[in-house]
Design a protein around this ligand. Structure first.
Ligand SMILES: *[C@@H]1O[C@H](CO)[C@@H](O)[C@H](O)[C@H]1NC(C)=O
Ligand SMILES: *[C@@H]1O[C@H](CO)[C@@H](O)[C@H](O)[C@H]1NC(C)=O
Length: 230
């Protein structure tokens, strides 16, 4: 018995977890904070009809015989559609209309809309960290935001917050990230790695040059010595 209730508990937890992966997974419409959105009434309204709008379980608007009984803050247009302005996150929810005819009968189930209000994304920044020969680029995107990386303007396969490459491969490459959510997207300034200075290679070439010079001098000395011996 205890075992089966554990299984049930685990199953319930899984269900809850899968629901919480995308809290916005069950939205019909997304809108940005501060924007306006109109929930359409999909019913031709008569003057004698009474109209109610609900946000989830709360009645936010009620008009009967052209008299508004509830909902000064909510504006309803001439077609009965609900005009939501200056959206804030607490305006997220399911909006359902209800229409009753003059004789009190219902006009039936009318379509509802699940609205999710989200903040637009912030412009991201890319930071660079070095680890011996590897360079890691980090995009400071927020939670639940989609990431896309560009290397010299071309998209790369990685979609995570960090991107790691051998420094040698990306000496002069410019990396930027595009952060988006359902209501907006922003792209960062491009950055370059600073782990290996491309000018560091001049040291190698100077060393190579010195070696060649030494070899040449040695060869000359050898030649001169063998001449003297003759
Ligand atoms: C939203 O609606 C208000 C009132 O109707 C209006 O003043 C404002 O300009 C609208 N804002 C946007 C972003 O359309
Ligand atoms: C950034 O990503 C969003 C969402 O995928 C997309 O709509 C937008 O066009 C992208 N911006 C650029 C510059 O690629």
């Amino acid at each position: 018995m205890a075992f089966s209730s554990i299984i049930i508990a685990v199953l319930l937890l899984c269900l809850l977890a899968s629901g919480s992966i995308g809290p916005q997974a069950d939205c019909d419409v997304y809108a940005a904070t501060g924007s306006n959105f109109t929930v359409r009434l999909q019913h031709v309204l008569k003057d004698s009809d009474s109209l109610r709008w609900f946000q989830d379980e709360n009645q936010i608007f009620y008009r009967r015989s052209k008299q508004v009984i509830r909902g000064k803050n909510y504006d309803v247009d001439s077609t009965g559609s609900l005009k939501l302005t200056q959206l804030t996150k607490d305006k997220s929810g399911r909006y359902t209309p209800q229409v009753h005819r003059a004789d009190g009968t219902s006009a039936g189930d009318l379509p509802s809309v699940r609205l999710c209000v989200l903040d637009p994304v912030q412009k991201p920044k890319v930071t660079v960290t070095c680890d011996k020969t590897k360079v890691t680029f980090t995009c400071d995107a927020g939670q639940d935001e989609k990431i896309e990386w560009f290397m010299d303007g071309e998209t790369v396969a990685e979609k995570e917050k960090t991107l790691t490459r051998p420094a040698e491969d990306v000496l002069n490459a410019r990396f930027s990230c595009n952060v988006s959510n359902p209501v907006s997207s922003e792209i960062s300034q491009p950055v370059q790695q600073d782990c290996i200075k491309p000018s560091d290679h001049s040291g190698i070439w100077i060393a190579v040059g010195i070696c060649i010079c030494l070899v040449v001098i040695l060869v000359i000395i050898c030649c001169v010595q063998s001449r003297w011996k003759k």
